[in-house]
Design a binder for this molecule. Structure first.
Ligand code: NJP
Length: 239
């Protein structure tokens, strides 16, 4: 990838928050690498990115598949990695199946190893780069139905802080952006009128841009993004 144009790889770029992040950086003139499983949705994003004048590469990939990630990202060098792909099956612990548990751990935790392990060595060799991961306020405030999901997002926070200590002196920044509720199709949700109070994907994309577009010697390591318009049912709760 040309060194004159900054580049960003976004996992889960096909919809929701990841798509908004890809478009935010395309408007900035960056080269975009979009990763998700559905090729058709990645292609639709590509048309929008190119219409903004930015270059684009789609990589259809299951980020939970370590071997596939290692192969697909073998030749990918980017300035910024956004680990955004996530899975959330929010239900009481006793109702979770082993498959649902493993899906969340595989996408929210294990994929961080697969994807970051593929991209980070290049950043360290260049003494420059940024790994930004989308965590969640749910990773540090409890809620019923969040045993596995909340724990995976608590992992994100701990993992990222440990990684930050390891690589910042090599010129690589590590950040976590932790949103509250966002109006997306996450967790099988359909966005409806009553979701108006939630953050929009563009709000989270703007927060990621603020974190990434900092001066060279400045690192915003952790950022929470909240809405002011909490519905009556959520008042007094941390969301
Ligand atoms: O989710 P959604 P959001 N391999 O479901 C992709 C966190 N968050 O944008 O693979 C590769 O609209 C999927 O594409 P596809 C949340 O934990 C959210 O809301 O084609 N890609 C799609 O592009 C997550 O980390 C809220 O199905 C995979 C994308 O991921 C991040 O924000 C609140 C994949 C998911 O899009 C984005 O969530 C909060 C895989 N195995 C944190 N599995 C919220 N929405 O309220 C999924 O605090 N994808």
């Amino acid at each position: 990838m040309a060194s004159t144009t900054s580049s960003i790889l976004v996992t889960g770029a096909s919809r929701g928050i990841g798509r908004a992040i890809a478009l935010r950086f395309a408007r900035e003139g960056w080269s975009i690498v979009g990763v998700a499983r559905k090729q058709s949705e990645l292609d639709a994003l590509g048309a929008e990115v190119r219409a903004l004048g930015a270059s684009y590469r789609a990589i259809a990939l299951d980020v939970a598949d370590g071997a596939a990630v290692a192969t697909a990202l073998r030749d990918v060098d980017v300035d910024v990695l956004v680990n955004n792909a996530g899975a959330g099956i929010l239900k009481p612990f006793v109702d979770l199946t082993a498959e649902e548990w493993h899906q969340m751990v595989d996408v929210n935790v294990n994929a961080l190893f697969h994807v970051t392990r593929a991209v980070l060595p290049g950043m360290m060799a260049r003494n420059s780069g940024h790994v930004c991961t989308i965590g969640s306020i749910g990773g540090r405030s409890v809620f019923a139905g969040g045993t596995c999901y909340g724990a995976t997002k608590a992992f994100v926070t701990a993992w990222a802080e440990n990684l930050m200590i390891e690589v910042r002196e090599r010129g690589v920044k590590v950040s976590v952006v932790m949103p509250g509720a966002v109006a997306t199709e996450f967790s099988g949700h359909t966005v409806r009128e009553q979701d108006q109070w939630k953050l929009k994907p563009d709000d989270v994309a703007e927060a990621v841009a603020r974190v990434v577009l900092t001066p060279p010697n400045v690192l915003i390591h952790r950022l929470e993004v909240r809405t002011l318009t909490v519905p009556a049912s959520g008042r007094g709760q941390s969301r």
